[in-house]
Design a protein around this ligand. Structure first.
Ligand code: SF4
Length: 365
């Protein structure tokens, strides 16, 4: 690998730039050009600084540096893996659950994750944001549906908007009486923490609705001092934060790394919220693990850290059927005991403790 220009001053977008900065091998250029022609590439200086170029298995590089493996779609992978289109009544809106909508305002991100479930909707050849008329249509849809209590601004990354534009959007949403919660899903505090300026934070706070920010990060190393400071500024402004992470092979699919990530979130006053099973996005099978492995990791996490550090392990069911918790179960009927009891008696269960030991509930008299 080349060892010139090791410290990028700007976001790297072209495979040749990644090679020039030592993030990919020159021999891979033809394949990486093919990947980049279809899927967006962006590695910010903050993310680039986190990558150990001497580690071929670096967990940060696996998330952001493109790979020839992305050229192969596995069976079952789909350009719309979680069925956004099935529930899109207006441009930019996904109305999958009764009381909330996704509002996809922008189609650009600070960085492009190699496992992105919306990778076919962001990047080369896509519009960068909703047109003004589509935006007005989306706001009109939300206004016309009083059951919508929560609006989730999501990806692309809404913090790629200017503070001025973000403030306008927040005011438009908060001006709708029934919209009480505005949740913003972002990777910016990690990928480009300098964007989290005072003006940006001021734009997040709005009269008439409560703002929540969900931070997407997948490895504890992403929570740098700068990222922690950006999150602290958001929380100090009175905006609660939750996390979302994706379970990724070679990134965080072991108990120690997951534990470190969840502890880092909690130290930053960010409540772990979701650990997503990898979606069936095209060319991402090399980054997915199995549900059985995910469940085993969640059991280990339960034994290692407090409830504060426990996310929900969830699967977005392909076809647009929504998220379901897929974490391990801890409770099962103790059939041999139940059968012997009166019908109206409390069912007896087996319950598994944090060490994996099994107990009866209610306990044996
Ligand atoms: S930040 Fe979110 S929307 Fe953007 S590439 Fe990553 S996963 Fe996809």
């Amino acid at each position: 690998m080349s060892r010139i220009n090791l410290k990028p001053a700007a976001t790297l977008r072209a495979p040749a730039e990644l090679i020039a900065h030592g993030f990919a091998a020159a021999a891979d250029l033809p394949d990486l050009e093919k990947v980049a022609a279809h899927y967006a590439v962006a590695v910010t200086p903050d993310i680039a600084a986190l990558i150990d170029r001497d580690d071929p298995d670096d967990p940060i590089a696996r998330q952001f540096i493109p790979s020839a493996e992305e050229l192969t779609a596995a069976p079952g992978e789909n350009a719309d893996p979680i069925g956004d289109h099935t529930h899109s009544p207006a441009a930019g809106i996904v109305h999958r659950y009764p009381d909330r909508v996704l509002f996809k305002l922008v189609h650009v991100c600070a960085v492009y994750c190699r496992f992105c479930f919306r990778r076919e909707m962001v990047g080369p050849g896509k519009a960068t944001a909703l047109s003004q008329s589509a935006y007005e249509g989306a706001i009109g849809y939300i206004r016309a549906h009083p059951e919508i209590w929560e609006v989730i601004l999501t990806g692309g990354d809404p913090l790629m908007l200017s503070p001025r534009r973000l403030a306008e959007v927040m005011a438009d949403l908060a001006g709708i009486d029934h919209v009480r919660i505005i949740r913003i899903h972002t990777r910016v505090p990690v990928a480009d923490p300098a964007r989290v300026s005072r003006k940006m934070i001021a734009a997040l706070r709005v009269e008439g609705a409560t703002t929540w920010v969900a931070l997407h990060a997948n490895h504890a190393r992403e929570l740098t001092a700068k990222a922690r400071a950006a999150c602290a500024a958001i929380v100090d402004a009175g905006i609660p934060m939750v996390s979302q992470s994706v379970l990724l092979r070679g990134v965080n699919d072991n108990a120690a790394d997951l534990e470190a990530l969840m502890r880092a979130f909690v130290e930053c006053r960010i409540k772990p919220y979701y650990l997503h099973h990898g979606d069936l996005a095209p060319g991402t099978s090399h980054l997915r693990t199995t549900l059985a492995h995910g469940q085993a990791l969640m059991r280990q996490l339960r034994g290692r850290v407090s409830g504060l550090c426990q996310p929900d392990y969830v699967l977005d069911i392909p076809g647009g059927h929504g998220k379901s918790p897929v974490g391990p179960g801890y409770l099962s009927p103790a059939d041999s005991f139940s059968e012997a009891r009166e019908p109206e008696a409390e069912t007896r269960y087996r319950v598994v403790d944090y060490c994996g030991d099994v107990h009866l509930y209610p306990p044996t008299p």
